[in-house]
Design a protein around this ligand. Structure first.
Ligand code: SF4
Length: 84
């Protein structure tokens, strides 16, 4: 089943686009640990992308890799990217 992703969870940062699948996020906070300038937990306990996101791409990839439910995806020019 394809899950809908809300447009306000998608922002551009350093040409890297971050998507959080809110249906998949379990609120573990791992992403906030790895990239505190990019992620935070919202009032509902689900991860949100800070705007503007600050941080290095490496931190964003660490957050993506560290997400226990694979709720974070990173995109560049419409193509999903993984850690270099
Ligand atoms: S690491 Fe993944 S599951 Fe945990 S809060 Fe961040 S997006 Fe949600």
């Amino acid at each position: 089943m394809v899950q809908e992703r809300l447009p306000d969870e998608r922002i551009d940062t350093l040409s890297l686009q971050i998507l959080i699948d809110r249906d998949t996020c379990m609120g573990s906070g791992n992403c906030v640990f790895w990239a505190p300038g990019t992620f935070d937990l919202g009032d509902d306990g689900i991860s949100v992308v800070l705007e503007p996101a600050e941080g290095e791409e490496r931190q964003m990839f660490l957050a993506q890799e560290g997400c226990p439910t694979r709720a974070i995806s990173l995109w560049r020019d419409g193509v999903e990217v993984t850690s270099p």
